[in-house]
Design a binder for this molecule. Structure first.
Ligand code: ADP
Length: 281
């Protein structure tokens, strides 16, 4: 089973022909609301990949809280340990223009209040894999990683958004999942973690570990929107951590590629969809 300790947002995506100038109002073409946040996206992907998955984070006391929790529960993610805090749920306001450029305002809201309490520590201890990102306070990331290490739960970190990491945290990691930019920015960290999984966009992924390096080529797909592909990859990787490295990478690549064929960030495929996709290759 997988536990994700991380962020959850309500995403609002509006599309307009051109962005308004300051003080101007333009008519939009469409609006869509969805659940976002790297933590929640990765939890959704792990659950849809077939692993029993719990998401630990925080939501506010607004209507957005229900929307994102219902969305996660609908993907079979256990949200029973998500904290309710006063204030707003995390929110991302995305505006896309006719050229596909975007403007994004992210309000961390409740994500800035995530803390790891006793119940969360127990859940982490009982899980096989803990999956972390960096959209919540570093103290919560550290507390979660400490609880995992103490219990022998594997600790995976997707260090995004990238930032400097304390030595203690680096010492608690079993694996990092990085894209090419993160790998470069965190070269000193990557050199000290036992397993390094690097996503290579359309070129697939590479895993370096004690057993050597495994490369998995990317899948050729009709790309619509790569938003969320990295989150789908990380969630699937965590869900399949018990598989041999090559198979684990292949399934995570398929999850990433399939996510790139659909619009939006929350479209990670199910295990059955990945099975069908792989059978057709
Ligand atoms: P991020 O979006 O975090 O920068 P990547 O761009 O490396 O990460 O994408 C993550 C994973 O999603 C890749 O390892 C791959 O499996 C899949 N993926 C991303 N872009 C494509 C693409 N154009 N074609 C096929 N698969 C893709």
């Amino acid at each position: 089973s997988v536990v994700v300790v991380g962020s959850v947002n309500l995403d609002a995506v509006t599309v307009c022909e051109r962005f308004p100038h300051p003080g101007e109002t333009v008519a939009g073409l469409s609006v869509a609301f969805g659940q976002g946040g790297k933590g929640a996206n990765q939890a959704r992907s792990a659950a849809r990949s077939g692993a029993p998955t719990a998401f630990i984070g925080a939501v506010g006391d607004d209507d957005a809280a229900e929307t994102v929790l219902n969305s996660l529960a609908g993907a079979e993610v256990d949200v029973s340990r998500v904290a309710r805090v006063s204030g707003s749920t995390g929110f991302a306001n995305v505006t896309v223009d006719g050229a596909g450029e975007n403007h994004i305002v992210v309000v961390p809201g409740a994500n800035a209040e995530v803390a790891v309490g006793e119940a969360s520590r127990r859940a982490i201890a009982e899980a096989d894999v803990l999956l972390l990102q960096l959209e919540i306070p570093l103290d919560a990331v550290l507390d979660a990683a400490r609880a995992a290490r103490e219990a022998g739960t594997v600790v995976l970190l997707n260090p995004s958004p990238v930032r400097a990491l304390p030595d203690e945290l680096v010492g608690l990691l079993d694996a990092v999942v990085v894209n090419r930019d993160e790998e470069k920015a965190l070269a000193d960290v990557v050199a000290r973690v036992p397993h390094v999984i690097t996503t290579l966009g359309g070129d697939g992924a590479r895993a370096t570990g004690p057993g050597g390096t495994v490369e998995a080529p990317g899948f050729a797909v009709d790309v619509v929107d790569t938003t969320g592909a990295g989150d789908a990859f990380a969630g699937a990787l965590a869900a399949h951590w018990d598989l041999p490295p090559a198979e684990r990478l292949r399934r995570a690549n398929a999850a990433g590629a399939l996510t790139a064929t659909a619009a939006g960030a929350a479209a990670a495929p199910t295990a059955a969809e990945v099975d069908a996709f792989l059978a057709a290759q």
